[in-house]
Write a protein that binds this ligand. Structure first.
Ligand code: SF4
Length: 224
């Protein structure tokens, strides 16, 4: 595995360390730890199971427990908690792109673009999905657009992700309040090419971390 720019990080992944996870486990004995995939391998290795924004509720409910710890995205955890009876203990990580959206911005978009259908990613603060017409992962938003074909639509998510969906539906009008991720923008076609030509920078993960991290991912993949 190669990473074209070593400086390309993620505010969510940077919000929590393996030591934090161990301390949380000590503070909540016996409570399973569900970790979002936007985390380091070392954090996954300390977790019981991973989740994505699309399967978080199914993962949490598959555990058959009353309480879970969900890391690291506070807003994703709160948005999922609103959909399930399982009590969700949260961490304080945020995606620096999605945390910038607000319910006021959704209302302003509706005023500026009458009839617009607003779709929100669950990494947004909870008042944003509450104000939107639909909330879901990027894949779920794309499916919503495919099924409902709203003539005017806005995707409250990272700008390039929204652009990818817009490309599939050239006949629909996409409103673009562009919140770009500075980390994702560090990966370019140019540095991908350079990485492949030079085989740099190789990512290596110690087996003592890789094995338990893989297990957390595989447990997630086993859930249907
Ligand atoms: S948009 Fe950027 S900061 Fe947010 S989760 Fe993705 S990589 Fe991390």
């Amino acid at each position: 595995m190669l990473i074209p720019d070593r400086g390309a990080g993620c505010s969510l992944a940077d919000s929590i360390t393996p030591e934090d996870v161990r301390l949380l486990r000590e503070s909540h004995p016996g409570v399973p730890i569900v970790t979002y995939v936007n985390t380091s391998a070392a954090v996954k290795a300390e977790s019981d199971i991973c989740c994505t924004s699309g399967n978080a509720r199914a993962v949490i409910e598959s555990l058959g427990v009353e309480r879970v710890i969900m890391l690291p995205d506070e807003y994703l955890a709160k948005n999922i908690a609103a959909e399930t009876k399982v009590k969700v203990i949260t961490w304080t990580g945020h995606c620096e792109v999605h945390e910038r959206f607000s319910a006021g911005e959704v209302r302003q978009l509706r005023e500026d673009h009458p009839g617009v259908v607003a779709l929100a990613h669950p990494e947004c603060p909870p008042d944003v999905p509450a104000e939107a017409d639909f909330a879901g992962s990027t894949a779920a938003m794309s499916s919503y657009v495919a099924k409902e074909r709203p003539p005017r639509v806005v995707l409250l998510t990272e700008c390039s992700m929204s652009d990818n969906v817009a490309l599939q539906y050239p006949d629909l009008a996409f409103i673009r309040p562009c919140n770009l991720c500075p980390h994702m923008k560090k990966i370019t076609l140019g540095n991908i090419r350079h990485a492949l030509e030079t085989m740099q920078h190789e990512v290596t993960i110690d087996q003592r971390i890789a094995a338990p991290a893989r297990l957390a991912v595989e447990r997630m993949l086993a859930i249907r």
